[in-house]
Design a protein around this ligand. Structure first.
Ligand SMILES: N[C@@H](CCC(=O)N[C@@H](CS)C(=O)NCC(=O)O)C(=O)O
Length: 244
């Protein structure tokens, strides 16, 4: 006698071997904040974006190894470096087995994983991210290009110089306006929005931009420079590599 269809189906289900899910490839990101081998920063002392990441680690009081990348010798375009940073730029940060690039993205990663200098509320988090995007769009590019020209690393004529100068000053005016309302750019406490902007604004004099007309920025700079763990690029990014 043929078995009722329902019973057959039940047996088939019972016999079915459990499907073993393939082990997922995992990328190890260390979490212990005391792990001094966790981070290695690849950078250059004169690089604003490298300083951004070094300053963040330093303000977080987290030790890190440092590898000096010699841009003059083109080390940042060699295959062994391009596997760390596909864009062929400094900085690159190793966190455990993971390589991170783009200073703003690295700031976000560090603030989230170390729970420091992040936005404390959902609104603050959105504001912090907003400032990081704005900063690279409007502040960093003109200011760093002017600085590079002044240091002889980039050549462009006076018309372009005037354009970048106007753009950089317009960006500084936006920060100045914001700091008239609150001590910190995006939150009630310092966040990565402050660290990211500070690490670029500090180069204004090297871009031939006088900060005297920006009293709120000048006071904010001093507040950041008084924070525990603060260091200058020369203190944080030595010319030689430093392995922990
Ligand atoms: N948006 C990038 C900018 C990085 C960048 O411009 N790095 C410069 C040094 S300051 C560099 O590596 N320049 C060499 C090149 O682009 O070939 C970041 O924030 O990490």
């Amino acid at each position: 006698m043929a078995k009722p269809a329902k019973k057959v189906a039940k047996k088939a289900i019972a016999k079915k071997k459990p499907v073993k899910s393939k082990p997922k490839k995992s990328v190890k990101v260390a979490t212990a904040s005391g792990d001094k081998q966790r981070f290695t920063l690849h950078g250059t002392m004169t690089s604003g974006p490298s300083y951004t990441v070094g300053l963040m680690l330093s303000l977080c009081r987290h030790p890190f190894s440092y590898i000096h990348v010699n841009l003059r010798e083109g080390q940042h375009k060699q295959p062994d470096y391009l596997v760390k940073n596909r864009y062929g730029q400094v900085p690159a940060l190793r966190d455990g087995q993971l390589f991170l690039v783009q200073s703003a993205a690295i700031l976000e990663h560090l603030s989230e994983s170390l729970h420091k200098f992040d936005g404390k509320t959902p609104v603050e988090k959105v504001r912090v991210r907003e400032w990081l995007f704005w900063q690279w769009d409007k502040l960093s590019v003109p200011l760093l290009r002017l600085r590079a020209r002044n240091r002889g690393f980039r050549q462009f004529g006076d018309e372009v110089r005037t354009m970048y100068d106007t753009e950089a000053k317009a960006a500084l005016a936006v920060i100045e306006h914001e700091l008239a309302k609150s001590e910190w750019i995006a939150g009630r406490k310092p966040t990565i929005a402050d660290i990211g902007s500070y690490a670029i604004v500090r180069y204004a004099p090297e871009a031939m931009i006088d900060l005297t007309p920006y009293p709120n920025i000048t006071a904010w700079k001093k507040r950041i420079e008084a924070m525990p763990g603060f260091g200058t690029p020369e203190q944080i990014l030595p010319m030689e590599s430093r392995l922990l």
